[in-house]
Design a protein around this ligand. Structure first.
Ligand code: C2E
Ligand code: CA
Ligand code: CA
Length: 582
């Protein structure tokens, strides 16, 4: 017995019930048959049931067969259903109109049963073939756009995407990067381990490369061991550098091929739109040429096409390498900037500020190397060195007759993330140097407090238990919530110097500072105003009563020896002339 679901379905449309009955009896048993007695009903039924074929009468009241046929052709759901027109008399005109409206064949009444069956069989076979062809076409399209081995977009699709990126880049005035990536030892793998090992390697490389870019970026394989990456939506050109680093890192991680650990590496060339080219041709040429530069530079590295970007990147890389050694080579040193009680002009403490005496570049200030140190994690050992050295210096000054000076040391978020390790370090250093915990202030930033608040809070409380004070640095630049401030053991607010910078009496910033000071005092917090450069600024900051002040008006950061001289009074504290007015 035939499975009823597998039979083709045929919709018979005719306004005369006898005609339907006749056609139905011819087809019954072999096909699953449905009926409609008018044009409207035929259209609804065709869309709802999607029959395999339609036998359509032309002469019907209301909507006639030609109209129904044309409508079915235009409807995307029904356009593939073959329609055979059935009409009462042999009429050349009806035949022409039927084909014009999209019918595939034509039958005349009275119908000849074998002819009906034969035509239907032929049309259904044609339909099946057409569908198989479409499936094969889709497969071909896929083959034409994707690399069979890795499943990545191939050269053709890559070209399309690159063209699209150029169009989008022009429209949004955005920047994007094109990278060429070439494996350095692919030929060697192919020659020594065989082609199937080479194939496995390419598949793995494709996966690793995809893992370091966003979904919206394109990783493509052009052929052989040549890969490309299109990075869209770039905020800054250093993003391309970051991704290049990640790709090189992925390639340098050993691959297991045929049970062996194989080390390969890659060379990456980068061209940026629009700086290095505004057409796909230019960009492709320049990324390729940058890749050859990377190969010539000794492989396992990347090169920008732009020499200027290469210079910046290589400077950053050199600096990173040199920073790794700077601690041992004793190239870091600290300056100290006094904190002054505004009412008396008395030095009550100092902030330790790190500098790097770089062998080639001279003295580097924090903004020239701290971001890099944070990016590489080197801030953790550097920060330990700073804390140890500062406590040692301050303990030494205590011995020389200044035992009550408060020492402020900056902490990076990365050090803070170390949790208990940081806590142990602080304890160890205090013990080792003999500097009292009650005189140590650790400065953290607002953003540090807002991220990972649970762990942060716990570390802060433990530091507080040691007797260390916590200062909130650069206050006003982030989004501190006052509720949070109340819950955390913060004792000191350092108001960011940007508020002090452009501040006239009566200006918004002056009002802001006044408001912060009075709020801080209500919360029982101590306030330090940073970056005070002029007597006018000092006046505004002290209008709410006495605060501690730090800034060039009194003194810039000084070297260790000079700071001791300042303490001894052998270097005058600047701005003092202005102070007596207070
Ligand atoms: P900060 O903690 O806000 O440090 C104060 C900065 O303001 C210092 O810059 C100081 O020289 C500067 N400054 C002081 N008074 C004035 C003034 O009246 N006018 C102006 N325009 N500037 C003034 P420096 O030394 O360049 O430090 C910059 C930043 O680097 C620091 O900002 C701090 O966030 C970071 N930093 C410094 N040393 C360390 C450290 O040892 N560890 C960590 N993690 N960060 C540090
Ligand atoms: Ca600070
Ligand atoms: Ca600050």
């Amino acid at each position: 017995m035939k499975n009823i679901d597998k039979r083709s379905t045929i919709l018979i449309v005719d306004d005369v019930p006898d005609n339907i009955r006749l056609l139905g009896s011819i087809l019954d048993g072999e096909y699953q048959v449905m009926f409609a007695t008018g044009g409207q009903e035929a259209m609804v039924c065709a869309v709802a049931e999607l029959p395999d074929l339609i036998l359509l009468d032309v002469m019907m009241p209301g909507i006639d067969g030609f109209t129904v046929c044309a409508w079915l052709r235009d409807n995307e759901h029904t356009s593939n259903i073959p329609v055979i027109i059935v009409t009462a008399m042999h009429d050349i005109d009806a035949e022409t109109r039927g084909f014009a409206s999209g019918a595939v064949d034509f039958l005349t009444k009275p119908v000849n049963p074998p002819a009906v069956r034969a035509r239907i069989t032929a049309q259904l076979a044609l339909k099946r073939q057409r569908e198989e062809l479409e499936k094969a076409n889709a497969q071909l399209r896929e083959l034409a756009e994707f690399d069979v081995l890795t499943g990545l977009p191939n050269r053709k699709l890559f070209q399309d995407r690159l063209q699209q990126a150029v169009v989008m880049g022009e429209r949004n005035q955005g920047i994007f990067a094109l990278m060429f990536v070439d494996l350095d030892r692919f030929k060697w793998v192919n020659d020594t381990l065989g082609h199937d090992a080479g194939d496995t390697l390419l598949i793995e490389v494709a996966q690793r490369m995809k893992s370091v870019v966003r979904k919206s970026d394109t990783v493509a394989r052009l052929g052989g061991d040549e890969f490309t990456v299109i990075l869209t939506d770039m905020q800054h050109d250093s993003m391309a550098e970051l991704v290049a680093h990640k790709i090189l890192e992925q390639l340098a991680t050993p691959f297991t091929l045929k049970g062996q650990e194989i080390a390969i590496s890659g060379s990456v060339g980068i061209a940026l739109f629009p700086g290095d080219g505004t057409t796909t041709l230019e960009l492709t040429k320049n990324a390729d040429s940058a890749m050859y530069q990377a190969k010539e530079a000794g492989r396992n590295t990347f090169r920008f096409f732009s020499q200027e970007l290469n210079r910046l990147a290589s400077r950053r890389m050199n600096l990173e390498g040199e920073m790794r050694q700077a601690c041992q080579k004793n190239e870091f040193f600290l300056d100290y900037q006094p904190k002054v009680k505004s009412t008396t002009g008395q030095i009550i403490g100092m902030e330790a500020l790190v500098r790097w005496d770089h062998p080639r570049e001279g003295i580097l200030f924090p903004k020239q190397f701290i971001p890099l140190a944070e990016g590489t994690g080197l801030i953790v050992p550097i920060g330990s060195w700073v804390l140890r050295t500062a406590c040692r210096d301050a303990a030494c000054w205590a011995d020389k007759g200044y035992p009550d000076l408060k020492l402020a040391v900056n902490l990076s978020a990365l050090q803070f993330r170390e949790g208990d390790k940081l806590l142990n370090l602080v304890e160890e250093i205090l013990q080792e140097t003999g500097f009292p915990a009650r005189n140590l202030e650790l400065e953290i930033t607002e953003s540090m407090m807002m991220t990972n608040t649970e762990q942060t809070a716990s570390t802060l409380w433990k530091l507080r238990d040691l007797g260390v004070a916590i200062a909130l640095d650069d206050f006003g630049t982030g989004y501190s919530s006052l509720a949070l401030l109340k819950r955390l053991p913060v004792q000191i607010l350092k108001i960011d110097r940007s508020f002090v910078n452009d501040m006239q009496p009566g200006s918004n910033n002056a009002a802001f500072i006044s408001a912060i000071i009075s709020m801080a005092k209500q919360l029982g917090l101590h306030v330090v105003v940073e970056g005070v450069e002029t007597a006018e600024q000092l006046e505004v900051t002290t209008s709410q009563g006495g605060n501690d002040v730090q800034g060039f008006f009194f003194c810039p950061p000084l070297g260790r020896a000079a700071f001791l001289e300042l303490l001894h009074g052998r270097i005058p504290l600047g701005g003092r002339a202005g102070v007596p007015r207070l």
